[in-house]
Design a protein around this ligand. Sequence first.
Ligand code: UT7
Length: 328
Amino acid sequence: MTSTPVTRAVVIGCGHYLPENVVPNAAFTKTLDTSDEWIVSRSGIERRHMAAKGENTSHLASHAARAALTHAGIEADTLDAIIVATSTPDMTFPSVATMVQSDIEAFSAYAFDVQAVCAGFVYALANANALIVSGQAKRVLVIGAETFSRIMDWSDRGTCVLFGDGAGALILEAQDGDGTATDRGILATDLNADGRQRDVLYVDGGVSSTGTAGFLRMQGKEVFRHAIEKLAQTAETALTKAGLESDQIDWIVPHQANLRIIQGTAKKLGLTMDRVIVTVQDHGNTSAASIPLALSVGVERGQIKRGDLIVTEAIGGGLAWGAVVLRW
Ligand code: UT7
């Protein structure tokens, strides 16, 4: 096999943070016509974490960032860039990423947020990869952090039981590769969007429209209808770009929205569930935080190991969706 030296964005550390307060499904039965049985059978969700009053997205993000720095064994002042994927920033501006920069004292890093809802972490990873491959950064902290509990309509049983709060972080570093799929690091990315579908999942407020934060609105069945097909397709496209086949995957680390979507996508890719990292039962849907949370939990559980071939995939409001193939 011929090989050409390339720069790869390699994961050198990961970490996560979950707010202390754990809310079981049973808590919703006090105020809503719902049941633990319905929530578990339709979504796979058993519990979720919720941020305390005054605990904002930047706080969750900074906790996850510190955990990732410790895991990587590096100092914050060696970071060149910080990217935070979030749709629930503390404030309209400044970005959560600049707040994290200040919290962790990473004063050599430029910082910005990416907003692609549940696909946000995949978009952020692709952006971090582009910065590293193009020589604009050597070390990038990529965080997914959300407080979706702040945009829930607590009277809407079709949405409020599904989401949770949390944060996960990866640190990527420029390393030399030989240009083949045996390299560690990001091997391929695939990003997609279809704004014609923006009405199936949105928040009904915003700065330039209502002047309020708004509440999440979702046509769950419609999103479900798009999800499995688009997720399997983007994962396959990314694999093809990397010159790999789905049977070479060690782990799928999917966006954790619904166990049935996770199972359906794995099946479409021809993989059994013992090769899928699943955290949705414990975290609910944490939007852009779900993939880095699942990666970090997967490492903590001893499932993900150095050299493993991983495919992440996500879809969310926009619609926006995509996949990243990386070797851990
Ligand atoms: O991360 C961003 C992407 N988001 C997603 O991927 C979410 C995708 N969608 C889903 O995960 C699923 O569509 C849901 C979990 C949201 C819903 O599952 P479903 O099997 O599609 O159920 P449904 O929306 O068709 O609702 C079935 C029934 C309805 O009652 P009727 O109209 O059949 O009488 C709902 O009103 O279940 C009812 N329902 C509930 N019942 C008890 C909806 N929410 C609840 C609830 N408890 N919490």
